[in-house]
Ligand binder design. Structure first.
Ligand SMILES: Cc1cc2nc3c(=O)[nH]c(=O)nc-3n(C[C@H](O)[C@H](O)[C@H](O)COP(=O)(O)OP(=O)(O)OC[C@H]3O[C@@H](n4cnc5c(N)ncnc54)[C@H](O)[C@@H]3O)c2cc1C
Length: 616
């Protein structure tokens, strides 16, 4: 049975009503291939694939895990080999690509398909995850088309792909990477070193695996400025022109992990492995790979949404069936009618907390995807340059926010889903404990969530000193509030959003003051909170946008009972989130104004406690 739950009405609302996706198809001149009815049938196919093929292997793959065999090959969970073939044959990987860029599915259209696939079986989907982004990266830098055949094999999932950055001494600090690359007379390179924690690092499902490896050429500068990106196939070309010759890459260990146990997280040893430089210049590996990492950050948000949404819906259906207790007004009556727990206010609090975060995250991801679609081909070259620049800027601004906020909240949603189910949520008969274990990694990989917050402060909001991106963010939300002044039913919530936006502006000014005063300890000590603050304003905006649409439908009347309940649910999500989260913002400004310096002073106290523990 599939553990996966999805509410298609929610997806249809966000795509067709809130973001009006047909407008994107028209603007991208895709209508010939992709109109609303075609896209609806793709959505249905994706739902069936998620529920019927991916979902049923979710729990069994976790129980079985992966095994490193004595011969160095990796055994993946039962059913994954066949699933890989089905995924390939159905062309899911290819659906997001196209030989001609103008036929590629825009990110906003791909997003719900990925949400369903990542949510139904994240472990399996990681095996497929980097193939297309790496193919795109190769095409972007391979001017002479030397690696075109590799890119093609990745696009149709004949090969798998891995991104190899992390080493024992180089986690967040990628500048410490030690893997060496030695240039050969024929222009190729030989790579040696150890990479750890490599997702889907070794398996036999694909004919070959292409590793994108960050390494340092002999004599290159220290730090990130001396890193180059290499393409290293697991099996290289043999004398007959077949990709069958072992290439000095071995899997020496598989991690025994908290979650995602169906995915082989490998320690890889590169021993004089043949590699090809990506592009024509050394020492620009980190810049090259950055576009791929940025996509991976948005994908991390989608992973989080997929799992959190399913966990919420699982807990919701449980809450509607589980009968415990009676109405609060009859708490002391033994004869009072027993109620399903969904009727208790505290259970509703938890359900609304999950519902609003899931719906807000989905809409924010759509907003990010929309900015992506309007700043990339086929639209980018046709549209006004200033408009494209603005979309690109907003995409960049919101990327660390969706990565960090959604991954943090997905973990909290999964934890709350367990709480709703009581003790039943904690036991392995139900999938919620697994969702919680699986979802936790999202705040750690692709740059920990602190790294996202530091990126937001440093590169996106210019250390609080007059960032254009932040100005655009404020303008977009202010325009939204002004344009919806006539929705009087949501007047209090729109006012609260305006106040929260003002409070956010004050806190960004405070960051600027600290920067000018040289208090970088305070700036980065408050980075995570600032990201969360900004994310909550963005989520409040998205939920109120949905609520305004819903209010319009309700005012129009003539709705079926189900549709009326659906739109009322949209109002509930927005009201709950705004009234329970955005109201906290003046308090946060006060915390920043107090400039608590315990973060700067606590080093010695913490370190001496650690020394005492080691000594004992
Ligand atoms: C299951 C799994 C799959 C993975 N897949 C891949 C993969 O496919 N490819 C790959 O290359 N890597 C992969 N990774 C590695 C992952 O990206 C790293 O674990 C991550 O970047 C963090 O590095 P670290 O674990 O060394 O933590 P550290 O860098 O040691 O960080 C520990 C803590 O210190 C904080 N910290 C670190 N530096 C600073 C600083 N300067 N200022 C403030 N705080 C700081 C961090 O935010 C974090 O809270 C994977 C990891 C796991 C567990």
């Amino acid at each position: 049975m599939s553990a996966y739950h999805i509410d298609m009405r929610e997806l249809e609302f966000v795509l067709f009503e809130q973001f009006r996706i047909s407008r994107v198809f028209e603007d991208c001149e895709l209508s010939e291939y992709l109109d609303d009815p075609t896209y609806r049938s793709v959505l249905e196919l994706a739902r069936r694939f998620a529920c019927e093929q991916l979902g049923p292997l979710y729990q069994s793959a976790d129980r079985e895990g992966c095994t490193l065999r004595p011969d160095g090959t990796v055994q993946v969970p039962s059913g994954f080999d066949a699933l890989w073939q089905t995924y390939r044959n159905l062309g899911w990987g290819k659906m997001f690509a196209a030989e001609e860029a103008h036929q590629a599915m825009p990110l906003i259209a791909a997003l719900p398909l990925l949400e369903m696939q990542f949510g139904a079986n994240p472990s399996f989907m990681i095996y497929t995850g980097f193939a297309l982004p790496l193919a795109q990266l190769i095409r972007q830098h391979d001017r002479l088309g030397v690696h075109a055949a590799c890119a093609e094999r990745l696009t149709d999932n004949t090969w798998g792909a891995c991104i190899c950055l992390t080493e024992p001494n180089a986690g967040s600090d990628v500048g410490q990477i030690r893997t060496r690359a030695v240039k050969q007379a024929d222009g190729s390179y030989r790579l040696s070193g150890t990479k750890i924690f490599i997702s889907a690092g070794s398996h036999e499902m694909a004919d070959n695996i292409l590793y994108a490896v960050l390494a340092r050429v002999e004599g290159a500068p220290a730090g990130t400025a001396g890193l180059s990106c290499f393409l290293v196939p697991r099996k290289r070309l043999d004398a007959q022109g077949q990709w069958s010759e072992p290439n000095g890459v071995s899997c020496v260990r598989l991690e025994d992990k908290m979650g995602l146990r169906g995915c082989a997280t490998a320690e890889l040893l590169f021993e004089d492995a043949h590699g090809m430089l990506l592009g024509e210049r050394e020492n620009c590996g980190l810049q090259q790979i950055f576009s791929l990492l940025s996509q991976a950050r948005v994908s991390t948000g989608i992973f989080g949404l997929g799992m959190a949404s399913s966990a919420y819906l699982y807990a919701l259906s449980y809450a509607c069936q589980r009968v415990q207790g009676s109405d609060a007004s009859q708490a002391f009556s033994q004869s009072a009618r027993r109620l399903a727990i969904v009727n208790h206010a505290d259970v509703r609090r938890m359900l609304l907390e999950m519902k609003s975060k899931v719906e807000g995250s989905r809409a924010l991801l759509c907003q990010v995807a929309l900015h992506h679609s309007y700043s990339h081909e086929p639209l980018a070259s046709k549209a006004d340059k200033a408009v494209v620049r603005r979309h690109d800027g907003m995409y960049k601004l919101l990327t660390p926010i969706v990565k960090a906020y959604i991954s943090d909240q997905a973990w909290r949603v999964c934890e709350l889903a367990i709480q709703v189910m009581g003790g039943h949520g904690f036991i392995r008969d139900y999938p919620l404990e697994q969702y919680a274990r699986d979802v936790k990694i999202l705040s750690l990989w692709e740059g920990t969530n602190y790294m996202q917050a530091a990126d937001l402060i440093r590169d996106k909001i210019a250390m609080g000193r007059g960032s254009t991106l932040f100005k655009w963010f404020v303008e977009d939300i202010t325009t939204f509030i002004d344009e919806h002044a006539s929705v009087t039913a949501l007047d209090p919530e729109l006012r609260m959003l305006r106040e929260a936006l003002g409070a956010l502006g004050e806190s960004i000014e405070r960051i600027g003051e600290w920067t000018r005063g040289g208090r970088l300890d305070l700036v980065f000590g408050h980075a995570t909170r600032t990201l969360q603050f900004m994310a909550e304003v963005a989520i409040g905006w998205m939920l109120l946008d949905a609520a305004c649409i819903a209010q319009g439908k309700l005012d129009g009347g003539d709705l079926s009972v189900d549709e009326k309940a659906f739109y009322e649910g949209k109002l509930l999500s927005a009201k709950y989130f705004v009234r329970n989260h955005l109201v906290e913002h003046p308090g946060r400004v006060a915390v920043m104004a107090a400039a608590d310096d315990s973060l700067s002073c606590s080093g010695a106290a913490l370190e001496s406690a650690a020394e005492r523990c080691v000594a004992s």
